[in-house]
Write a protein that binds this ligand. Sequence first.
Ligand code: ADP
Ligand code: ASP
Ligand code: MG
Length: 453
Amino acid sequence: MSENLVNSLNVAKFGGTSVANYAAMQNCASIIKNNPKTKVVVVSASAGVTNLLVDIAHTAMSKQQIQQKLTEIDKIQRAILQELTQAKLVAPKLQQLQSSLSELALHEELLHRADLKDALLSHGERMSSLLFSAVLMQIGVKAENFDVRKVLKTNSEFGQAVPDLEQIKAAATQLMLATLQDTVLVTQGFIGADEQGNTTTLGRGGSDFTAALLAEALNAQTCEIWTDVIGVYTTDPRITDTARPLPELSFEEAAEMATFGAKVLHPATMEPALRQDIKVFVGSSREPEKGGTWIARDCETEPAYRAITRRKEQVMVTVKTPKMMYAQGFLQKVFTIIAKHKLSVDLITTSEISVSFTLDNPANSVLERLNLDTIEELSQFCEVLVEENYDLVTVVGNNMHSAAGVSSKIFAAVADYNLRMICYGANPHNLSMLVNDTDSREVVCALHRDLIE
Ligand code: ADP
Ligand code: ASP
Ligand code: MG
């Protein structure tokens, strides 16, 4: 590959709705064809497919029910296959994937083995990338379906595998770079492989992360995230139609937004971009002409309030011991148990005899949910209170620690609501509050109206 092309390489990622059906895939194919710098394409599973696979992997079902889910997946993929001019060539490969999927879905140990779950989940991206590479070739782009597991090496933490950056860089350089000279590689987001060659996954929404990791490994100049909205908005456009797309964002702001609920980006996406200074673009594959958001190290503006995010389904856990004042190591004991169960804590507040913290607890997560074992273990040395039905609302901005009046304006906006817990972030970019889930939409709207509109 020539020096020039290496330096201007673009990695483009297309999300689930962008590859949901044949017509949507055609939009993506045009976007790729129109930018000769795009040489690596990362795709998600077609919309709905991963949810169906998660159902199969996590819920006890009868064979008949499993079959029903498989039929639903089959319908989505077959509808695309039928539109391909090369359908006959692609059909046997799709059939192969469907057979291995069905075998895993009916495997007796599926519900108890994390490695089987990840192998099953990987089929969504493997099918969509196969079909999409055919769509691309159909419009005259030289493309190849590339198995990302040859490159995206991870540890063996199934469901939330951690990428091995050195191995990824070495493998990408060796196995992808030369081909990019004259071929577009279409590969899978979300999936990887551990040292033993077992398939792993990066967590829900992980395809954005894959794109950024490959961009980093290949020294790309830009990474495009094509989705169903024309950029990153001031708040989730599904919450209020006063939300508007942001022309620019800093890496830090985008990372905070993603961490605190802006589903448009996977929370880890900004890490590789930041390390390698790769500009990230977010735009709509349906309306590419409308532009989008550019995320970079430096922005022209640094507003105190940039965006409002919401993360749903939070639980608040309070652990209480009258002995805390004297009990050295109490916090350590609590957090060892939390870590053992792989739960991730977001907000923390402490008082003399108690500690409260919030945990993410969404129903469709592939991660462990707060479970009875955890509570029982904590109960052995302290009183435990679990409160549900909370959402976390976060104001993302700049210099929030130091600028005068920032918090008073925020509190004035939400004066009518009960805030269960409030936390300044450990960096100057966020202030979060835990609110009743029934209030959270109004809280977001009030903050958006008073701080941003
Ligand atoms: P994809 O399948 O392309 O990865 P996602 O569904 O993961 O797409 O993310 C896109 C969705 O993220 C949007 O449809 C939107 O509802 C939601 N979203 C949440 N917060 C924001 C935000 N601040 N800006 C834009 N979209 C957001
Ligand atoms: N298909 C995976 C999911 O739905 C990964 C992704 O779309 O980014 O979570
Ligand atoms: Mg996504």
